[in-house]
Design a protein around this ligand. Structure first.
Ligand code: NAP
Ligand code: ZN
Length: 363
């Protein structure tokens, strides 16, 4: 796909307020962007909260060589808001409903992945930002904005008992950790490691705990120990302490690696028991070095996982509703987004920034 493709349908546009980065080194700043008028299958949402994912930071700073950033870049894929308009064919939502959008806004719908409910592995998926926008041309613009227009299939329902600022991060951090844990059979009686107590990591702890697992957090930050226990961890290991690490060797069924930066994964692979699995969700650009013997000796496996499909995202939201799970958020006005990015790059957030989008009105 190219960034200049247009669909045959002509779309009228309206102007939305947003925050964008003009290049890899500039701070995010106020901008006006085009959004399409809702078509017959579209839902228009007034955005109330948008979480800040480390992927936003990787993208804004153009850190992923495999996915170059197109500027201006409006990040944000942890979106919750109120429906303001629906197209004539939309039956699932009506104006006034609370609705959510995650990392995906479209996919081809016909390929084997889509047919199986794995829209996140569709070769033609459209990400919420920095993906070719087939309707308007250019690239898609994400949730650091006052509104968004999304095809109804990609819009999720929000359980009514949950706080909305804390719901927003479920749309990426929640599903990205829930999906591999369900795939690899995290349940009661399983020993589960979570590496990196950031936005994804803290959701993984809450979800694994709710699934009944014995949860061990591996952190580089001494000061996160008490929080990890409060969030639902049974044990906390300071990962730079090799004696503490060695005690756990060969004992884990599953380890989720949610680290955003370069690190040695072999010390975590060695924690796995026979047939144990470690899944990478953290996405540093630099390739990991894997020692063959880290895997061979106990028939261990190493895999990756990309967000989650739409049906499973709804399942995760319902699970969070039932278990009263939301993210621990620091709510900020959009004007503090650059400060938030600086702190995120230093692993200094407890545990997700959630932007109160009402702050964009004064912009
Ligand atoms: P985050 O909030 O910044 O958390 C990352 C955590 O990694 C930090 O809190 C820190 O935990 C640890 N860390 C950071 N630098 C480290 C270093 N140099 N060595 C060891 N540990 C370090 O980020 P996030 O939003 O959770 O995202 C985490 C990663 O997942 C990012 O790379 C993001 O792009 C990726 N991601 C992937 C998917 C997917 O679908 N696969 C979806 C969303 C995000 P401690 O302080 O506890 O050590
Ligand atoms: Zn994300």
């Amino acid at each position: 796909m190219t960034t200049t493709q247009f669909s045959s349908e002509e779309h009228n546009r309206y102007k939305a307020k947003a925050y964008a980065a003009a290049n890899a080194n500039s701070p995010l700043a106020s901008i006006t962007i085009p959004r399409r008028d809702p078509g017959e299958h579209d839902v228009q949402i007034e955005i109330l909260f948008c979480g800040i994912c480390h992927s936003d930071l990787h993208t804004v700073r153009n850190e992923w060589s495999a996915i170059p950033t197109v500027y201006p870049c409006v990040p944000g894929h942890e979106i919750v808001g109120r429906v303001t308009k629906v197209g004539s064919a939309v039956t699932k939502f009506e104006p006034g409903d609370i609705a959510a959008v995650g990392c995906l806004v479209d996919s081809d719908g016909n390929c084997p992945e889509c047919q199986a409910g794995f829209e996140q592995y569709c070769p033609n998926m459209t990400l919420t930002y920095n993906s070719p926008d087939v309707q308007l041309g250019g690239v898609t613009y994400g949730g650091y904005s006052d509104s968004i227009v999304v095809k109804d299939h990609f819009v999720l329902r929000v359980p009514s008992n949950l706080d909305l600022a804390g719901v927003a991060p479920l749309l990426c951090a929640g599903i990205t950790t829930y999906s591999p844990m369900r795939h690899w059979g995290v349940t009661k009686g399983k020993k589960v490691g979570v590496v990196g107590l950031g936005g994804l990591g803290h959701m993984a702890v809450k979800i694994a705990h709710a699934l009944g697992a014995h949860v061990v957090v591996f952190t580089t930050s001494l000061n996160k120990k008490e929080d990890a226990l409060r969030l639902g961890a049974d044990e906390v290991v300071i990962s730079r302490n090799t004696d503490q690490m060695r005690k756990h060797e060969g004992s884990f069924n599953f380890v989720l690696d949610a680290v955003s930066a370069e690190h040695d994964i072999n010390s975590y692979l060695r924690l796995l028991c026979r047939d144990g699995n470690m899944t990478l969700v953290g996405a540093p650009d630099k390739p990991h070095a894997v020692a063959a013997f880290s895997l061979i000796l106990k028939r261990r496996s190493l895999s990756g996982s990309n967000i989650g499909g739409i049906a499973q995202t709804q399942e995760m939201l319902d699970f969070c509703g039932k278990n009263n799970i939301t993210a621990d958020v620091e709510v900020i006005p959009i004007q503090k987004v650059n400060e938030a990015y600086d702190r995120l790059s230093k692993a200094d957030v407890k545990y997700r920034f959630s932007i109160d989008m009402a702050s964009l009105k004064s912009q």
